[in-house]
Write a protein that binds this ligand. Structure first.
Ligand code: ISJ
Length: 361
C-alpha cells in the first residue's frame, strides 16, 4: 500500500520534544466535581493533554452515552483555570461545532467512526479550513489497515497537518487476554508506510483491565510509539463507563514512573559497528532461510508432479498432521516458540499446496 500525507511532529502541537506524549483523563465526564478533581490531579503530573468523554458511542442502548453539551462549559472553565489542552471524541459535524464553541482544542475520531468512510468524510469536510487543530484517528474496530489509512488520508485531505494515529486494539477477535486484541503487526505496518505520522497507544482500551496498562504501555514504548492515552478517573470502581480499565491519577503517576524510556537511536560508533556486525549475521541467516524455502519448493513440485502422474489428490491430512506436530516439537527442543513455528508451517503448507496446484494443473 502506497500513500503520502504531510503530518507535523507532535511537538509542533504540544510545544515540547519530550516523548512520550501523555494524554490522560476520564472515559466519560460524569459531573463537574468529578472532572475538576481529576483535571487538577493530572495537572500536577507529567500529563500533556486531558482526554474527556463527552459523547460515548456504546455497543448497546441504555448504557451511559455521555453528558453531551451539558459537560462542555465545565471543560471550558477548567481549561481557562489550568491552561491545559483538552481532547475529545467527535463522531458528527455537530460534535465538532459544539466542541469548538466551548474551546476544546484537539479531537479524536473513534474506532466505531473510523470504520465508516461516509462518517469520516463528513468530519473531514467539517474540519476543512481549521488547519491548526490536531486530529487523532483511532484504528477501526476491525483489523483493516486500508480502512485506517483511508480515514487518515481523508482527514489529511481536508488540510489537517497536526495528525496522529491512535492504536486502541481490534474488537471481536474472540475472548482472549485483552478486551481488544492488539494485533501489533498492524500499527507496525502503519508506521512502515507512514513513518512520520505520530503513533499513540491506548493501553486502557487494548487491555480492558487496569493491570494490563503498564505492560502494554511499556511494549508500545519499546516499539517507539510517540505517546500514550490512558483513562484516568478519581474513583475508577464507581465510573459510569469502562470502570475496570480506569486508574486513579496517583496510579497513573506510578505507571509513568515505572516506564523504561529508551532512545530511538544511538549514533556512537561502537554501538553502530556492533549492530551492523550482528545485522550482517542476520542477513546471512535470512538468506539461508530463503534458500531452504527455495529447496523445499523444488521437492514439493516433484511431489506435485508425482501425485499428478499417479492421479492422487494434493492434500494429505495424515502427512500434514505429522509435519505440523513434528516441526512444533523440533521448535520446543531448539527453544524456539512453538506457536510461532506452528504459524510458520501453516503458511508453508498453504504455499506448498499452491505450488503443487501450479504443477498439477
Ligand atoms: C508435500 C505434500 O503435500 C502436501 C504438503 C505437505 C507439505 O508441504 O509438507 C504435506 C502434506 C500434503 O498436504 C506431501 O504429501 O508430502
Amino acid at each position: 500500500m502506497k500513500t503520502e500525507i504531510q503530518s507535523n511532529p507532535l511537538l509542533t502541537w504540544v510545544g515540547h520534544e519530550r516523548k512520550p506524549l501523555i494524554i490522560a483523563g476520564p472515559c466519560s465526564v460524569e459531573s463537574e466535581e468529578q472532572l475538576r478533581e481529576v483535571v487538577l490531579a493530572l495537572k500536577d503530573q507529567q500529563v500533556d493533554m486531558i482526554r474527556v468523554g463527552i459523547w460515548k458511542p456504546r455497543t448497546r442502548p441504555n448504557s451511559f452515552e455521555g453528558l453531551g453539551e451539558t459537560a462542555l462549559p465545565w471543560v471550558q472553565s477548567l481549561k481557562a483555570e489550568t491552561g491545559m489542552r483538552f481532547a475529545t471524541e467527535v463522531a458528527t459535524p455537530e460534535h465538532i461545532d459544539l466542541a469548538l464553541k466551548y474551546g476544546i482544542d484537539t479531537f479524536w475520531i473513534g474506532a466505531r467512526t473510523t470504520v465508516n468512510p461516509f462518517n469520516v468524510q463528513a468530519l473531514a469536510d467539517a474540519l476543512r479550513g481549521m488547519d491548526d487543530i490536531p486530529v487523532m484517528i483511532k484504528n477501526p474496530v476491525n483489523p483493516d489497515l486500508a480502512l485506517w489509512v483511508g480515514a487518515i488520508e481523508r482527514i489529511a485531505g481536508a488540510g489537517i497537518k497536526n495528525l496522529a494515529a491512535i492504536h486502541r486494539g481490534f474488537s471481536g477477535l474472540g475472548k482472549g487476554r485483552y478486551r481488544n486484541a492488539p494485533v501489533w503487526q498492524l500499527p507496525i505496518e502503519l508506521k512502515r508506510i507512514l513513518p512520520d505520522l505520530p503513533l499513540i497507544c491506548d493501553p486502557s482500551h487494548i487491555g480492558g483491565k487496569r493491570d494490563l496498562i503498564q505492560p502494554l504501555a511499556q511494549k508500545a514504548l519499546d516499539l517507539n510509539y510517540d505517546g500514550l492515552m490512558i483513562e484516568t478517573h478519581p474513583n475508577p470502581d464507581e465510573a459510569w463507563s469502562d470502570a475496570s480499565q480506569q486508574v486513579t491519577p496517583a496510579r497513573l503517576g506510578e505507571i509513568l514512573a515505572e516506564l523504561r524510556i529508551r532512545k530511538p537511536q544511538n549514533s556512537e560508533p561502537e554501538y553502530v559497528n556492533h549492530l551492523e556486525e550482528l545485522r550482517h549475521q542476520l542477513d546471512q541467516l535470512d538468506h539461508e532461510l530463503v534458500e531452504v524455502l527455495a529447496a523445499r519448493k523444488a521437492v514439493v513440485e516433484k511431489i506435485g508432479q508425482y501425485k499428478k502422474d499417479n492421479n492422487v489428490v494434493i492434500f494429505d491430512v495424515n502427512r500434514w498432521d505429522e509435519v505440523f506436530k513434528s516441526r512444533a516439537e523440533w521448535a520446543e527442543q531448539m527453544n524456539v516458540n512453538r506457536r510461532f513455528v506452528e504459524e510458520i508451517f501453516k503458511l508453508v503448507h498453504v504455499e506448498s499446496i499452491r505450488q503443487q496446484t501450479n504443477v498439477a494443473w
